[in-house]
Every structure is written in structure tokens, then in C-alpha cells.
Design a protein around this ligand. Structure first.
Ligand code: ZN
Length: 290
């Protein structure tokens, strides 16, 4: 799933070409991809786009006249590309905008499931559509992060991925960020010391910026991720093999040496408010009592 670094790199690449010429033809659009029918897609035709903006993992393409906003969410398998005039495109795009002079913005989606979405909205409707999102992850800062974390008994990994809390981070960058911050993915958010909150805020910025810089240069996953999806490979900091653990419906990657004091996490089976730290502490207390 493209997250903030991937979507922001894409935004920067598309910003210039999409506003060079007015839209000549909007569509075709796969029935599962286009989520709105009013205003109709054809109302974009003849209008010029003002460029590409981003909110969390979503792209926004406002019309220059301020009357319409095209919103795109790539989900896990969507791919958005700009094809220059004459460049061969896919036979059946999930969504397409053809510009005067022949360039095309093309959305494709691999696999049978169509989960990526395109919405054509008024600016007010677009604002409502995005209202549930938390503040942008990049540049959040320690103060705001501390406010967010306070009173959150949830595990850090799950909290960082929640778009309503912080917008832009998914499971891959949550793995990278927590590794850099040397924090357990299962640590309860509200239990962090002020120093740990600062470290986490710095790791959010440094990792997302590292990702953005690499993605802008066209780097692939294998060159970008150092922890995510690297089971058994040596940690780039300490050399310990990267481990993984199941958490709810996700797989989390982490370094047992850097992040969990040498302990391996056990799959989180969802009993309320307790995870490995609580279990470890409870068993230490038991040992002491004996
Ligand atoms: Zn390590």
C-alpha cells in the first residue's frame, strides 16, 4: 500500500503535467472505481486542473476554477501514471483523464479486486470526505504527538496506522519508524516517557523524509525498507535477524534486539488492554512473589 512517502513522491511527479492542458475527456472509469455519479465525470471536460495536492494517503486534483475536486485513493494495488502523448497505455484502465495535446492520467489496478477509488466532488464535499483524517504525519512534532498519545491505551503500531489519529502512515512505515525509534510495536501509546515521544516524533519525520527522498529517485521496496518485509535478514543497526509477529490481521516486522529488549513478541490475541509488556511484567511480579 502506498503511504505518505510514496503518495507524496507521486504528487510531486504529477503536479506539473496534469495542469499543462485542460481535460479533453474524463473517463472511462470502472464502475467499482468511480465512487460518485453527481456531478458527472463529464463536467471535468474543458476544465484545467490546478495541480495535485495530497492529504494523508489520498491525492486531490482540484479544478483551476475552484468548482470541482477529483479525489484519488490508490488503496493497496492502485497505480496512477501520467502518459505522454503517444505513449502506449493500458487497454482497460480503471480510470482515465485524457488531456488536450494527448497526455493521459491513467489509473490501473492489478488483481481481480477493485479497491482503489476515484471521487468527483464539490470542494465542500471533498472537505467532508477528508474530515475524519488526523493531522499529517510529516512535521507532526513532539508536542502534538504527545497530545495524541496521551490517554491512548492502544499499541503503538496500531495507533500509528490509524488514519483518524495520524494521516499518512501504514504498516510498512510504522515498522520502519518504530525500529528507528527503538520502540516496541506493542508498547501502549500512553505509556511513553517524554523523551520517547520526542524520539518517536523525530523518527516519524526522518523515516518519512528518507522514504520520500528514495521514492522520488524511483527506489523500489527492497531499497527503501530496512525492516518491513525483511524476515530473517540482519538488522541494519545490530545484525540480529529481523523477526515478525502477527497482530490482529497484520504482520509486524521488528528487531528483537533494538526494539524489545531481546524478547520475541508473541502474537497478539486481543485480550483487552494487555500485551506482551503487561504479561512480562505480570510474570516478573509472580516470580518475585515466589
Ligand atoms: Zn537491531
Amino acid at each position: 500500500m502506498p503511504e505518505l512517502p510514496e503518495v507524496e513522491a507521486l504528487r510531486r511527479a504529477l503536479d506539473e503535467p496534469v495542469r499543462a492542458f485542460p481535460v479533453e475527456k474524463a473517463g472511462p472509469a470502472h464502475v467499482a472505481t468511480l465512487k460518485t455519479f453527481d456531478p458527472p465525470l463529464s463536467t471535468l471536460e474543458g476544465r484545467r486542473l490546478a495541480g495535485v495536492e495530497r492529504r494523508g494517503k489520498r491525492l486531490l486534483l482540484p479544478a483551476e476554477d475552484g468548482e470541482l475536486v477529483l479525489l484519488v485513493h490508490l488503496m493497496s494495488a492502485g497505480r496512477l501514471r501520467y502518459l505522454r502523448s503517444g505513449e502506449a497505455g493500458p487497454k482497460k484502465p480503471a480510470f482515465r483523464l485524457l488531456f488536450e495535446a494527448g497526455g493521459q492520467l491513467v489509473l490501473t489496478e492489478g488483481g481481480p479486486k477493485k479497491r482503489a477509488g476515484v471521487w468527483l466532488l464539490t470542494p465542500e464535499a471533498a472537505e467532508a470526505e477528508l474530515a475524519h483524517l488526523g493531522p499529517e504525519a510529516l512535521g507532526l512534532g513532539a508536542e502534538q504527538l504527545a497530545e495524541i498519545l496521551a490517554g491512548q491505551p492502544r499499541r503503538l503500531h496500531s495507533l500509528l496506522r490509524d488514519q483518524r489519529v495520524i494521516a499518512g502512515i501504514g504498516r510498512a512505515w510504522a515498522n520502519e519508524i518504530l525500529h528507528t525509534a527503538k520502540l516496541s510495536p506493542f508498547a501502549p501509546a500512553q505509556g511513553l516517557a517524554p523523551g520517547q515521544v520526542r524520539t518517536l516524533a523525530d523518527a516519524i519525520d526522518s523515516e518519512l523524509e528518507r522514504g520520500l527522498e528514495l521514492r522520488e529517485r524511483g527506489a523500489k521496496d527492497a531499497q527503501v525498507y530496512r525492516v518491513h518485509d525483511r524476515l530473517g535478514e540482519p538488522c541494519h543497526v545490530c545484525g540480529t535477524p529481523i523477526a515478525r509477529v502477527a497482530f490482529e490481521e497484520h504482520t509486524i516486522y521488528y528487531c528483537p534486539e533494538c526494539q524489545t529488549g531481546g524478547r520475541r513478541l508473541t502474537p497478539y490475541w486481543g485480550f483487552k488492554g494487555r500485551g506482551w509488556e503487561d504479561v512480562a511484567m505480570a510474570s516478573r511480579r509472580k516470580t518475585r512473589r515466589r
